[in-house]
Design a protein around this ligand. Structure first.
Ligand SMILES: C[S@@+](CC[C@H](N)C(=O)[O-])C[C@H]1O[C@@H](n2cnc3c(N)ncnc32)[C@H](O)[C@@H]1O
Length: 621
C-alpha cells in the first residue's frame, strides 16, 4: 500500500520521467515536496520500491523507473481502535486507503482502523498507525485481533484462550492483560501501516538550535542483520548493516572512496564492499582491526572448506605434550585447565594453515570459541566471571563450539565471496582517529561512522570485551598489553580540570549539571568530547569539500543528565567548517549494548543507557 503523500511522489517521478527521460534526483524530490532532507526523499523512494511501484535493481535516485501497477484494492478506514484502554467500538469515516492486493492475501473482506495508544508497541504497532483487518469472528491463539468487550468497547490486543475464558494481552510490558469470559472477535490484523509522515515532521521544542526528526523507517526492526560476514563475530554496538547501507547509498555513489573513522568490527566496510565503494577503516582496538580485516577479505569458499576439514582432522591428533600454553596474567582465573589444553590444540592446528588469510578467518571462529569456553558471562561485554555452581558445572565442548562458529562463518563468507564487488579495495588502519592516520587531505567522498557513546569505563568497554580473544590470538606482541586498550580510546583518561575551550553551549550546560553531582564524571565527559572534537577536525581534513559525514550517536545519561551528543557534535562541527543538514532519530531494536547500567550505585536505581540513537548528517562547507 502507499499513502497519499507517497502516491504524490510517485506521480511526480512518473511525470518528470516522461518529460526528461530520467528520474528526478533526491534533491529535486526534496525541493518539490518541501521535505526536511534528502534522506526523507530516500525514504519515499524506498517505500515505493518496497511496495513494488519503483524498480529495485538501481538504487541511485536518477535510475529509478516505475513498474507496472499492481492490482490495488481500496479499503475503508472505519475509525479508531484503542491499543490501550478500550474505546467505543468503531465510528464510521469516509477515508480509504489503497493497498496492493497481494499484501493482504486474496481471501476475505477487509477494513482499516487508526490506532490510538501504545499497548501494542512490541508488535510494532504505534499510536497513529493504521492497521488493516481481515473480517472474521474467530482467531487463533496469539493472533492480534480487534476484540469487542463489555458494552461495545473495542480494543486491539493479542488473544489467548485460557481457563475457559480469554486473555487479551497487550504487547507492552508496562501494561496488564485484560481477562474476560466473553470476547467478540471482529477480525485479525493482516497489515500495519506506519504513520510516518506526521512523525517525520515532528521536531521538538522550537527554541532548540537544532531539530531532531523521528524516523521509524530507520529502525529495521526484525530484519536480518547477520548476512554475509556480518555475523562472524560479536562486537559491541555494531552498525545495523541496513543503516550503514542506506547512509552509503544516500550520501555516496558507486566507485567512491568512503571512510569509517571508528570502524570497529567493520560493518560499514562490509557494506561498502557489497555496494561498490572503496573503503578505509580506522580503529584503535587491535581485535577490531583483526575482525574488520577478516570480514572484508573475500576468500574462496572451496579452499576455505578444504582447509577447515583438514584442520578438524589434524586437531584430534595433537598430543598434550605438543601444545604451548599461552602465558598471560590470570589465564587460570578465566579458563579451566582442560579448556586451556583444548584451546591450545585448536590454535596450534589453525596456525599450521599456510594461507595466512584463511588462517585469520578461522581464528575469528576460534576467538568466539575463546569467549564461549571461558569462565566469563558471555551475555556481558565487560569481563565478569561466573560463580558458584555455574562455574563448577562449566564444561564447554570446545571443539563443537568452534565447529558451530566456523561452519556458520564459512556459510557467511560463501555469500560475501559471491556478492562482494571485485576490483575494489578496503584498507584498515590501526590508529587513533583524533590524529592524522595517513589518509590524504580532501581525498574521501563520504565518512560514515558510529563513535563510542562515552568513555569505556562507564559505557561500552571495547578493550575489556576483546581482551581474552586478543590474548589468545596474539594480536599483541605482549598479550599483557591487551588490558591497556580502553585507556587509549576516546575519553579513556579524564581531564585534570573542567576548564576547556570547546565551543559548545550544549556541552557546557551538561558539564555544569553533572559536575554539581560528581566532578570526576564531568571530567570523563569532557575528556571524551575533547577527543571527539579532534576526530571531527581530522574528518574535516580528509573529506572532500561539499561531501557528507554521517555519525550515528547516542545521547547517554550521566548522573541522570541526558547529554545531547548529537547537538554537541553539530555545534562543534559547525565551528570546524561543516553544516549540520539533518538529525534523524531511530530506535535501536537489536543493537548489542547495555540497556541498563547502575552508575548511581543505588540498588534498583538503574539508569537507562540507550534505546534510541541519532544520525547526525554533516556536510563539509
Ligand atoms: C561504536 S564502535 C563501532 C562499531 C562498528 N560500527 C561496528 O559495526 O562494529 C566504536 C569504535 O570506536 C573505537 N575507538 C574508540 N576511540 C577511538 C579512537 N580514538 N580512534 C579510533 N577508534 C576508536 C572503539 O575501539 C570501537 O571499536
Amino acid at each position: 500500500m502507499i499513502t497519499k503523500k507517497q502516491a504524490h511522489v510517485l506521480d511526480f517521478i512518473k511525470s518528470y520521467r516522461s518529460k526528461n527521460d530520467y528520474a528526478p534526483s533526491l534533491e529535486e524530490i526534496k525541493k518539490k515536496f518541501k521535505l526536511a532532507s534528502v534522506s526523507t526523499s530516500h525514504y519515499y523512494i524506498s517505500k515505493l520500491q518496497d511496495a513494488g511501484f519503483l524498480n529495485k535493481e538501481h538504487n541511485q535516485p536518477r535510475a529509478v523507473s516505475t513498474v507496472e501497477a499492481k492490482q490495488m484494492i481500496e479499503i475503508p478506514i472505519l475509525g479508531a481502535i484503542a491499543a490501550g484502554q478500550p474505546i467505543e467500538a468503531m465510528e464510521v469515516s469516509n477515508d480509504t486507503i489503497t493497498i496492493a492486493k497481494d499484501e493482504i492475501g486474496k481471501q476475505g473482506k477487509h477494513y482499516a482502523l487508526r490506532v490510538q495508544g501504545s499497548s501494542m508497541i512490541d508488535e510494532g504497532i504505534f499510536d497513529g498507525d493504521i492497521v488493516v483487518i481481515r473480517k472474521q469472528e474467530v482467531a487463533e491463539n496469539g493472533q492480534t485481533v480487534v476484540a469487542v468487550i463489555d458494552d461495545n468497547e473495542a480494543t486491539l490486543k493479542k488473544l489467548y484462550r485460557e481457563n475457559g475464558g480469554f486473555r487479551l494481552q497487550p504487547a507492552n510490558p508496562t501494561l496488564f492483560p485484560i481477562f474476560r469470559n466473553e470476547v467478540e472477535v471482529r477480525g485479525v490484523v493482516v497489515k500495519i501501516i506506519r504513520n510516518l509522515e506526521s512523525q517525520l515532521d515532528q521536531g521538538q521544542s522550537r527554541d532548540e538550535k537544532y531539530v531532531r526528526k523521528i524516523d521509524y523507517s530507520w529502525d529495521y526492526r526484525g530484519e536480518k542483520t547477520k548476512s554475509h560476514t556480518h555475523g562472524i563475530h560479536t562486537y559491541p554496538a555494531m552498525f545495523i548493516p541496513q543503516v550503514g547501507r542506506r547512509l552509503l547509498e544516500t550520501y555516496s555513489k558507486e566507485g567512491d572512496t568512503i571512510c569509517d573513522i571508528f570502524c570497529g568490527s567493520g560493518s560499514a566496510l562490509v557494506e561498502s564492499r557489497l555496494i561498490g565503494r572503496n573503503a578505509y577503516g580506522i580503529d584503535l582496538n587491535p581485535l577490531a582491526i583483526f575482525l574488520a580485516k577478516a570480514k572484508t577479505t573475500p576468500l574462496n569458499p572451496q579452499k576455505l572448506t578444504k582447509e577447515y576439514i583438514a584442520l578438524l582432522d589434524r586437531v584430534g591428533r595433537i598430543k598434550d605434550s605438543e601444545i604451548q600454553r599461552p602465558n598471560f596474567k590470570n589465564i587460570d582465573f578465566w579458563f579451566k585447565d582442560n579448556v586451556i589444553v583444548k584451546l591450545a590444540k585448536l590454535k596450534k592446528a589453525i596456525r599450521e594453515i599456510k594461507d595466512k588469510e584463511i588462517q585469520n578467518f578461522l581464528l575469528v571462529a576460534f576467538s568466539e570459541t575463546v569467549r564461549y569456553s571461558s569462565n566469563t558471562k558471555t551475555g556481558e561485554f565487560k569481563l565478569v566471571r561466573t560463580k558458584g555452581e555455574k562455574l563448577e558445572k562449566h564444561d564447554p565442548d570446545v571443539i563443537n563450539i568452534f565447529r558451530k562458529h566456523a561452519e556458520k562463518n564459512i556459510a557467511g563468507m560463501t555469500d560475501f565471496y559471491k556478492d562482494a564487488k571485485k576490483d575494489l579495495w578496503t584498507k584498515i588502519i590501526y590508529g587513533d582517529s583524533s590524529k592524522d592516520c595517513g589518509i590524504k587531505e580532501n581525498s574521501i567522498d563520504c565518512i560514515i561512522t558510529s563513535p563510542p557513546y562515552g568513555d569505556s569505563r562507564t559505557t561500552v568497554a571495547y578493550g575489556q570485551f576483546s581482551r581474552l580473544s586478543a590474548q589468545w590470538i596474539d594480536v599483541f606482541d605482549d598479550p599483557n598489553d591487551a588490558s591497556g586498550v580502553d585507556n587509549n580510546l576516546l575519553g579513556g583518561r579524564a581531564t585534570k580540570s573542567l576548564t576547556h575551550i570547546l565551543p559548545s553551549n550544549y556541552l557546557k550546560e551538561s558539564l555544569d549539571k553533572i559536575s554539581k553531582q560528581n566532578e570526576t564524571r564531568a571530567r570523563d565527559v569532557l575528556s571524551f568530547n575533547i577527543g571527539l572534537n579532534e576526530c571531527l577536525k581530522q574528518a574535516y581534513r580528509i573529506l572532500k569539500p561539499k561531501k557528507y559525514f554521517c555519525l550515528v550517536v547516542g545521547n547517554r545519561l550521566v548522573k541522570q543528565v541526558r547529554i545531547p551528543t548529537d547537538f554537541i557534535i553539530a555545534e562543534l562541527a559547525e565551528k570546524i567548517g561543516f553544516t549540520c543538514e539533518n538529525i534523524i532519530v531511530r530506535n535501536i531494536p537489536g543493537k548489542r549494548m547495555p540497556i541498563k547500567n547502575s552508575p548511581t550505585n543505588i540498588v534498583g536505581a538503574l539508569e537507562e543507557t540507550m534505546n534510541k540513537e541519532s544520525i547526525v548528517v554533516l556536510r563539509k562547507n
